[in-house]
Design a protein around this ligand. Structure first.
Ligand code: NAD
Ligand code: ZN
Ligand code: ZN
Length: 368
């Protein structure tokens, strides 16, 4: 084992919407036998000789962003842009101009690191990523510090919410649920959530105190304008990403055909809709993952309406500690999103249940 690494025995791990992009074949540079999974926590069973902050027996949550902690980008707390943690950066540079950080269990282009849907996990840069949980909080309350709670929080922070703003959130999946919670924490006056899956909309209403729109039943643009007296929501969050569905709208049908024959990796219906719906001078935040070259983006609208857009894989290490404090203070219990608890052997079936939104499935946790 490398000097800066640790080995973890997995206790709990999540399946994420990002895993679906891998499962559905939209992320290039995946190979047979790759181990995925990037929401792990468990017990440290071995540490490398250079690891100072952790020891055998510690209970830790591991972030999916791998970061060295000391490069130009890490110094700026832009951990998901770390310059040193992606050993395959040349591939990413060809695709994107520059390489983001390595990510756990997320394709060879982003490092080829084995992920955490397994019994054991090797974690690089062990002093920079994993967060030690000292309190007796149960795993299920802290597990989502590995990804979706910080991701929802950064999504809301990236909106630059001003007090009283109306925030529209596309999607009511797990990331969206935390974006909704975080929008309130950051001063929103109103949150409107959009999806078509009844139990997900219900969760946004019940736990997120959101008003909701079912995109299968009404026109999203018309409804949002009506709800905001023609001005549009001040801040828009795309918590759907590259596998958006549309209700028969022309652009969504074209996306679907192109994706089916692998002419595109990105069905960008939500991003287009957010640009059209957002109020002039507003902000669009994109935690939803895109892969390649989404097309037909209304860039003229984006420019002429004076919009701002912020995006990115989450700078996990920036948020884990402060959000753990919120959990410890009882301000939020992230376990509200969990609907399914399974054994590792049941994961293949659970992936389908989660993707197809069967059986009321919103968030799966694996207990190996
Ligand atoms: N930026 C990051 O660091 C980061 C981290 C985690 C996840 N993600 C990404 O966030 C996105 C959401 O993740 P998740 O786990 O919540 O996934 P999910 O697949 O459970 O949720 C997506 C939701 O979007 C809904 N949806 C589909 N089309 C829609 C439309 N046209 N309008 C409104 N809603 C629509 C679906 O019904 C579903 O409920 C994914 O793209 C995932 O890859 C990003
Ligand atoms: Zn994820
Ligand atoms: Zn770095």
């Amino acid at each position: 084992m490398g000097a800066g690494q640790l080995r973890l025995r997995l206790a709990t791990g999540g399946i994420c919407g990002s895993d679906l992009h891998l499962f559905d074949g939209f992320m290039p540079t995946m190979e047979a036998g790759d181990i995925i999974g990037h929401e792990p926590m468990g017990e440290v069973v071995e540490v490398g000789s250079a690891v100072k902050n952790l020891k055998r027996g510690d209970r830790v949550v591991v972030p999916f962003t791998i970061a060295c902690g000391s490069c130009y980008f890490c110094e700026k707390t832009l951990f998901s842009l770390c310059d040193n943690s992606n050993p395959n950066k040349e591939i990413a540079e060809k695709a994107m101009g520059h390489s983001p950080s390595g990510l756990l269990g997320f394709s060879h282009m982003l490092g080829g690191f084995s992920g955490g849907q397994a019994e054991y996990l090797r974690v690089p840069y062990a002093d920079v990523g994993p967060l030690k949980i000292e309190s007796s909080l149960p795993d299920e309350k802290v597990l989502f510090l590995s990804d979706i709670f910080p991701t929802g929080y950064m999504a809301a922070e990236n909106c630059d919410i001003e007090k009283g703003d109306t925030v529209a959130v596309w999607g009511c999946g797990p990331v969206a649920q935390f974006a909704i919670q975080s929008a309130w924490m950051l001063g929103a006056g109103r949150v409107i959530a959009i999806d078509r899956v009844p139990e997900r909309l219900a969760m946004a209403e019940k736990y997120g105190r959101a008003e909701t729109i079912n995109f299968d039943e009404v026109d999203v643009y018309e409804t949002l304008q009506e709800m905001t007296r023609g001005r549009g929501p001040d801040r828009c969050i795309d918590a759907v990403g590259c596998e958006a569905h549309g209700s028969g709208s022309f652009d969504a049908v074209v996306d679907k055909v192109k994706a089916a024959v692998m002419l595109t990796t990105d069905r960008a219906h939500v991003l287009r809709e957010a640009i059209m719906c957002c109020r002039k001078g507003g902000t669009i935040s994109v935690p939803g993952v895109y892969v390649g070259y989404p097309d037909k983006l209304p860039f003229g609208a984006f420019m002429n309406k004076g919009l701002t857009m912020k995006a990115g894989q989450t700078h996990m290490q920036r948020y884990m500690k402060p959000l753990l404090e919120k959990i410890e203070e009882g301000k939020i219990d992230p376990s509200f999103v969990i609907t399914h608890r399974i054994k590792l052997e049941e994961a293949p079936e659970a992936y389908k249940t989660f993707r197809d939104k069967k059986d009321g499935c919103i968030k799966v946790v694996i207990k190996p």
